[in-house]
Structures are given as structure tokens and as C-alpha cells.
Design a protein around this ligand. Structure first.
Ligand code: ADP
Ligand code: MG
Length: 801
């Protein structure tokens, strides 16, 4: 009997050899194959008549082969085919198409999919370059058996699974349709037996309430949509079948997160007190009146800290919203209760800056509890061994109230005497997993954890990645800030920019000039923190835009062999005869090879150039990741003190750096930076009362995507808005810089496309976990929990804390 867990080799038409091929693509079981969903559909029941085709669109066309010819052009063989419908014809061309010579015969019916371009030679006619094609069955012979899968219906189109059958056929759409169709026939025969109910993953009552089909029915409808299913719904993955499958994935994720939240609430943590003395301690260090938002957020944190369960709170606040002081206040609550606080920052520069400002803030005041000064210790990786040992010793012996550092702080060697609170600044720069690998002495209570981020997290991501945290938002900037004036310009106008910088310096201000790389051409080492979205050339770009807007269902979240596919896509597809207008990622990466190398203006070179030329006479500093910690430190301090006018840097200054007198941020090669990065960089200015400026300078070709980023930067300073766009451009995986472990992978769902269902899933998950629903049987409940357990570990890889 076939079950969802049955190994794929037992499936009809598969067998041992193909199973090996499939397993390379992550398809091991019946279930895996059923979840290899079509990424688009062709309506071969109501095909668009050729006479109604429109230029510039992606179209699927059915027609009769009228003629073929293999042309020998000067550069390469070109295969041309004319396909007709009544009086209308479309010409198709394949470069290096020799292999297609014997593929087509006049009179055959073919289905084509590709971009329609107006024909240059005959007005009103169209051509298709390298379309995907399928020869349609003509009736009779072995092919006839499956003809109902290929014509006269909405036909699913699959991403190929690579490999070939024993008789040399590709494991492509045609093959997949047959295997999956046969699989459903087999499963349907068993429907009466238990396997159908075993395949179900959502309680019947919930399904009924939400009008979702059963799982197998949903899968079937997604693979082989019934006649009459609106194409628009198929394209947007909003058929009832799609919705059900997407919901299910989200439901299990959200249920797991809900469970985690509940477990955390059952844990024992420290119940800090916030009596008059503690409040007095907090008040005496405040250098300014907190904003209403800061007060509210501190209130939320304090009430978490009072509870005897460990705090798990995410503090979001746009750059410059004043998170640091809130963190310091939280630290004081712990310290005044006699506990240690650890503050972790993602870079040495930021850790050092926090250390200095903590010293400044706490320097002159005495602890209300001990009557002694607060003791602050810095621990970063680049300190020399002796200093580190010293610091660790003080932390271990409880001679430190506040330990500030980089990830060196969470290394195993560091033991706290009495850790009560952990604060993680700029959390998004750490791995998702890292946040809970925080030190806990055996037997000790769980420390409270406050994670802070200036990357506003779009709600969809917050619901998934951080769904197990409570969230606070500082949604207000400190008073007296004027909006930062943001302008775009090009390298050619650099002189004007330097003139402007000079003027600002003369007016007593300071400036940053940021470059994407440290050194020029030879050592081209981007210090960008995300893989470059290298831009395709113009032709490819429009094709890509087309592919995107035709809204194929290809899921960016899918990782299955995406890398491998990318590599073969150029060469391999030429042989296979079907060049796909791919989704985003693959085509872009492939293009990297063809991008002409262009020298980037680099920090060290420009430091010299500016110093000798346009900015001579000003006091310039250079800061980048390859300097020693000491050098970085010295330069940063000089800039902070105002001993330097201009800081020429890489993105090392991206996060956290706080020099209120700096009023100009120049970003060179702005086309190369991600949105989050530019937003963070811009956030380095506009921190004081003076009017501030951000100049986005481009050099070289600016792609469509980069154009959109730059526009957005000029248009808005709202971090949430920018984050949304960033998420859309890069997809959830890359959103935080690197693809990190712990990022859930979905088979059907897409965080950006399906956010409404995510919200629904969250509501339902909370409901399922908290309200005993009499309509749900206890077996169903148990089945859900069992499935959750399996999935949580296997699929989402979210490690239990
Ligand atoms: P971020 O949230 O980006 O970490 P910071 O905590 O570095 O922001 O604060 C940005 C700047 O605003 C700092 O110079 C800080 O001293 C100042 N600041 C914070 N809160 C207030 C406030 N309530 N009133 C005035 N200035 C403030
Ligand atoms: Mg900060």
C-alpha cells in the first residue's frame, strides 16, 4: 500500500535508478514528490487565440507547426519554426538550435511559452525567442494514454528534477505529470482505507470552519486544476487548494512558536524588583528626558523583569530612536537587584562605543544599592589574551556589574557569577540561533533576554523568525530631529559633493564618506554584508522582469538544489531545448560571470586621493575592517571627540555608531548597497540638532533594482517602509544579510506573497493551543502535536532552547 512516507522508488514509473536521481533533488518519498508543485500553468483548454496576443507579454500559445528551417548565421546555427493558428502565425527562434532539427514535423501541434516580441520584418506579427515548448500528443500510440494530461485542460508545468529516465526522457514536466497523475490514481483507490486520513494534517473542524479542502484533495487540485479554475488564482496561488497547503505550513510553524512561548513562560527566571531605590538609580543616570515611546517601552521591559519568568523581548526602534538608553536602564534594574548584565554588540567598534558611553553615563554616579561606583568591563575578541583573561576573571568573580562585548562574550570560556540580564544590540547582525546560546550556569535561573534591532522587521518576518518573542517598538524619534535631506548624484559630480563636505566642515560639522570596498581593483573585497545582487545585462533584465511579473509560482524559499540548477541553467538548458524564464535568483547569479569587471572606488585609495586633492587641509580619518582593533579604536575616538573632520570608511560604521555632530553621510557606489544598509548608514547622521544630509553617489550602471532602492531612500526615511521593500527585493532568506540557519523553509508558502494566511495561521495556532475545541477529537489533537514535533525538528530546524 502506498503511503506518504513510502520511498519514491516504489512509485509507478520511477524505480531504483530514477529514485537515485530524485533523491539528489531532495525527493525521497511519495510526499516529497507530491509537494513538487507546478510553478506555473498553461491553459490549454481555453488557449489565447493568436490573434489576441500582445507584444511584451509572456504568453502560452498552442499552434500547428507550419514549417522549420535551420539557418547557418555567421555566428551560430539558428533554428526557426513557424507555428500557426488559422491565418495567424508566430515565429519561434532558438540559437544554436541544431539539436531541434528532427524534433518537429509539419502538422504537429505544439504548446509554446515565452515572451512575445513584435516581429521586425512583418508588422502585426510576433516572434518568440527561445520559448519553452512541448510537442502535443496527436492521438494514437503510447502517447495517447496520457494525452488528457497535456491537452484540453489546465496543464501544470514543473521545474525539472534533472536526470533522465532509462529510455533517455527528461524528468521534466511531461514525465512529472504522468508520475504524479498515476500516483494520485493509486492514492485515490486507497481513499476508503486509512491512508487518506493519515495524510490529513489539519483537524476536520478547523478545515470546515476555514473552508479548506482535505490535504490530498488540495494537492490534487494544485497539480491538476479542474476545468474552470480561474487562471488568475492559480498564478497567485490563491486557489482553495493552494491556500490550504500554505496555511498548513504556516500553521505548524506558528504552533511551534506558540509552544515555545508557552514553555518559556513556564520557565523560572528572576523576579527583579523595581522599588523606589531602583527607580532613583535609573533616574540619576538619565542625560535627557526620555520620549514617551522610550518610557512606554521601558515600562514593558520592567514589567517583564518583575515577573518570575525569564523575559524574552524584542525591542525594535529605527536608527536613532534611542534604544541604547533604554538598554542601560534595563541594565540598571538588574544591577540594582544585585545581578550582572551582559551587553552584546555585533562589532568591536560598537561594543567599544557602548563601553565608553556606559562609562560616561555611569561614571559619576554611585549605585543606590552598594553606594559604590558601577563596574563596567569590556571584552572583545581582539583584546590581548592577558586583558581578556583579566576581564573574564572579573566577570566570573562578580566584580563586574555590566559586561560589554562582542560575541567573545558568549564564548564558553566566559562564566558569569550571577547573570540576570542579557542584552543583544543589533540582533539582526547575529545569527538567529546565537541569541539563545547565552550563558547559563547549571542550576542558575534563566537570565532575562532583551534583543534590540534597528532593522525594522516586517511583520511577516517578525511573526516567523521572532514569533517566540514579545515585541516592543520605539516608534518616535527624540525631539529636535530634522529630517535628513537625501539626494542622489553621480560620480561625475563628485567635485560638487566634496565642495559641500568642505562647507559643512567649515560650519563645524563632521562627515562620513562610505565605500563598498576597502582597497581598489586588485583586492576587490566588498565589505558588504550580503551577497551582491549582481545585475543582469539589459536584455536579461527585461526578461527577468517579465518572468517576475508573469508571477510564476516558483518559490524562492525553496532551496532544493537551487544552487545546482543555477550552474547548469545556461549550458544545460540549451541542450534541453527549453530555456526557462526563470524566477529571480538563478538567472541573476548566472549573469555574474558576464558582468564586466569594473574598478570600484575604494576606501583606502579615495582616502589618499581626497587627502591630497579635494579635501586637502581637512582632518581625514580612515576606518575599515582590516585595521587592527587599536587603530580602529583610536580613529573612532578621534572622530567622536571632533579631532577628525571626515571619516572615510567601509560599512564597519554601519551599525550603532553615534556621533551627533556628524551631519553629512556620503555613500559612494550607492547602487551597490542594500536598502537596510543604506538606511543604517544614513542613520549615522541626523542625530543632533543640525540639519543633516545624505548623498547617494552612484558610479557605473544602476540596475532597475538599485534604481528602486535609491528612489525609496530619497522618498522615505521610514525604516518599516524601507524594510518592506528590502524584503520584497531580496526575499526573506537574504533579508538579514546572510542566509541564516533557523530561517524556516517552506515548500509552498511564500512569506511575502502569503502574508494574510500567515496572520490567519497565527490566530489559529494560538487558538488551537489555548482553547480546547470540543469539535476536535483527541486523536486529531494528538496527531497535530505529533506532527508538530516531527516537523519542528526536521523542517524548520529551529533548535529548542
Ligand atoms: P539607536 O536606537 O539607533 O541605538 P541611540 O540610542 O544611539 O539610537 O540614540 C541616538 C541618539 O539620540 C544618541 O545621541 C542619544 O544620546 C540621543 N537620544 C536618545 N534618546 C534621547 C532623548 N529622549 N532625548 C534626546 N536625545 C536622545
Ligand atoms: Mg544603537
Amino acid at each position: 500500500m502506498l503511503e506518504l512516507s513510502t520511498p519514491i522508488k516504489f512509485v509507478k514509473l520511477v524505480g531504483e535508478r530514477i529514485a537515485v536521481e530524485l533523491s539528489k533533488r531532495g525527493v525521497e518519498t511519495v510526499e516529497d514528490l507530491l509537494y513538487h508543485l507546478p510553478f506555473r500553468y498553461e491553459d490549454r483548454l481555453n488557449p489565447v487565440p493568436m490573434s489576441e496576443l500582445r507584444a511584451g507579454t509572456m504568453a502560452s500559445v498552442i499552434g500547428e507547426v507550419r514549417g522549420t528551417v535551420l539557418l547557418q548565421t555567421r555566428s551560430m546555427p539558428l533554428f526557426e519554426m513557424t507555428v500557426g493558428q488559422g491565418l495567424s502565425t508566430v515565429k519561434c527562434m532558438w540559437f544554436r538550435g541544431t539539436y531541434l532539427r528532427d524534433k518537429f514535423h509539419v502538422g504537429q501541434m505544439v504548446a509554446l511559452y515565452g515572451k512575445l516580441e513584435p516581429s521586425r520584418s512583418s508588422a502585426g506579427k510576433f516572434k518568440m525567442i527561445q520559448p519553452q515548448f512541448e510537442v502535443l500528443p496527436s492521438g494514437g500510440g503510447a502517447e495517447a494514454e496520457f494525452s488528457m494530461l497535456e491537452v484540453g485542460r489546465i496543464v501544470p508545468v514543473y521545474e525539472s528534477l534533472g536526470g533522465t529516465t532509462a529510455w533517455g526522457a527528461k524528468l521534466g514536466s511531461k514525465w512529472l505529470r504522468r508520475v504524479i497523475w498515476a500516483l494520485f490514481e493509486e492514492l485515490e483507490k486507497q481513499q476508503v482505507s486509512e491512508s487518506a486520513s493519515q495524510a490529513e494534517t489539519l483537524p476536520g473542524a478547523m478545515r470546515a470552519r476555514l473552508s479548506f479542502p482535505e490535504r490530498l484533495k488540495a494537492l490534487k487540485a494544485v497539480h491538476f486544476p479542474e476545468a474552470g479554475t480561474p487562471m488568475a488564482e492559480l498564478v497567485s496561488a490563491t486557489t482553495p487548494g493552494h491556500r490550504r497547503l500554505i496555511f498548513e505550513e504556516f500553521f505548524y510553524l506558528e504552533l511551534g512558536l506558540e509552544l515555545k512561548r508557552r514553555r518559556m513562560r513556564e520557565r523560572e527566571g528572576t523576579a527583579f524588583v523595581t522599588n523606589v531605590k531602583v527607580r532613583e538609580a535609573i533616574k540619576q543616570v538619565l542625560p535627557f528626558h526620555p520620549t514617551a515611546a522610550q518610557k512606554r517601552v521601558l515600562g514593558e521591559i520592567a514589567s517583564d523583569m518583575r515577573r518570575p519568568q525569564p523575559m524574552r523581548r524584542l525591542l525594535q526602534g529605527d536608527v536613532g530612536s534611542g534604544k541604547t538608553i533604554v538598554a542601560m536602564q534595563a541594565a540598571l534594574v538588574a544591577i540594582e537587584n544585585g545581578y550582572q548584565t551582559a551587553l552584546m554588540a555585533p562589532t568591536e567598534i560598537l561594543a567599544t562605543q557602548h563601553y565608553l558611553s556606559a562609562r560616561k553615563l555611569l561614571g559619576d554616579v554611585l549605585s543606590q544599592r552598594t553606594g559604590r561606583p558601577y563596574r563596567v568591563t569590556l571584552l572583545t575578541g581582539s583584546l590581548d589574551e592577558a586583558t581578556k583573561r583579566e576581564a573574564r576573571g572579573r566577570i566570573f568573580r562578580g566584580e563586574t556589574d555590566l559586561a560589554i562585548g562582542t560575541h567573545a562574550l558568549i564564548e564558553d570560556k566566559v562564566d558569569f557569577e550571577n547573570l540576570g540580564l542579557v542584552i543583544v544590540d543589533e540582533q539582526h547582525r547575529f545569527g538567529v540561533q546565537q541569541r539563545f546560546r547565552l550563558m547559563k550556569k547549571p542550576g542558575a535561573l534563566d537570565p532575562d533576554v532583551l534583543v534590540m534591532t534597528a532593522t525594522p522587521i516586517p511583520r511577516t518576518l517578525a511573526l516567523t523568525l521572532y514569533g517566540d518573542l514579545d515585541a516592543s517598538v520605539i516608534d518616535e524619534l527624540p525631539p529636535g530631529r530634522t529630517p535628513i535631506v537625501t539626494r542622489r548624484t553621480t560620480e561625475e559630480r563628485a567635485e560638487d559633493v566634496w565642495g559641500f563636505v568642505r562647507k559643512q566642515v567649515e560650519a563645524g560639522r563632521q562627515a562620513y564618506i562610505v565605500y563598498p570596498v576597502i582597497e581598489g581593483p586588485k583586492h576587490d573585497q566588498p565589505e558588504l554584508d550580503f551577497p551582491q545582487d549582481v545585475e543582469p545585462d539589459a536584455g536579461e533584465a527585461s526578461l527577468k522582469a517579465q518572468a517576475d511579473s508573469s508571477a510564476t509560482l516558483r518559490n524562492d524559499n525553496k532551496k532544493t538544489a537551487a544552487g545546482k540548477k543555477t550552474r547548469v541553467s545556461k549550458a544545460g538548458s540549451a541542450k534541453g531545448g527549453s530555456v526557462k524564464a526563470r524566477g529571480t535568483k538563478s538567472s541573476i547569479k548566472t549573469e555574474k560571470l558576464f558582468e564586466p569587471k569594473r574598478a570600484l572606488r575604494a576606501a583606502t585609495d579615495m582616502y589618499e586621493e581626497l587627502r591630497m586633492g579635494p579635501l586637502s587641509g581637512l582632518r581625514l580619518g580612515l576606518l575599515h575592517g582590516r585595521l587592527s582593533a587599536d587603530d580602529k579604536d583610536v580613529t573612532m575616538r578621534r572622530f567622536q571627540r571632533g579631532d577628525l573632520d571626515v571619516l572615510i570608511a567601509t560599512t564597519v560604521i554601519e551599525v550603532g555608531v553615534d556621533v551627533p555632530n556628524a551631519s553629512v553621510m556620503v555613500i559612494e557606489h550607492a547602487e551597490r548597497f542594500g536598502l537596510a544598509q543604506m538606511h543604517q548608514l544614513r542613520g549615522r547622521v541626523g542625530r543632533g540638532a543640525a540639519k543633516s544630509f545624505c548623498v547617494l553617489m552612484t558610479g557605473g550602471t544602476v540596475s532597475e533594482q538599485a534604481e528602486a532602492r535609491l528612489d525609496a531612500m530619497v522618498r522615505t526615511q521610514n525604516g518599516f517602509e524601507l524594510a518592506e521593500l528590502d524584503l520584497q527585493q531580496r526575499g526573506p532568506g537574504e533579508f538579514f544579510g546572510t542566509r541564516q540557519a533557523g530561517m524556516p523553509e517552506f515548500r509552498v508558502a511564500n512569506l511575502i506573497r502569503d502574508r494574510a494566511l500567515l496572520e490567519l495561521a497565527k490566530t489559529e495556532a494560538t487558538r488551537f493551543a489555548s482553547e480546547p475545541d470540543p469539535a476536535v477529537s483527541s486523536e486529531e489533537k494528538q496527531a497535530v502535536w505529533a506532527r508538530l514535533k516531527m516537523q519542528w525538528q526536521r523542517k524548520y530546524g529551529l533548535v529548542e532552547a
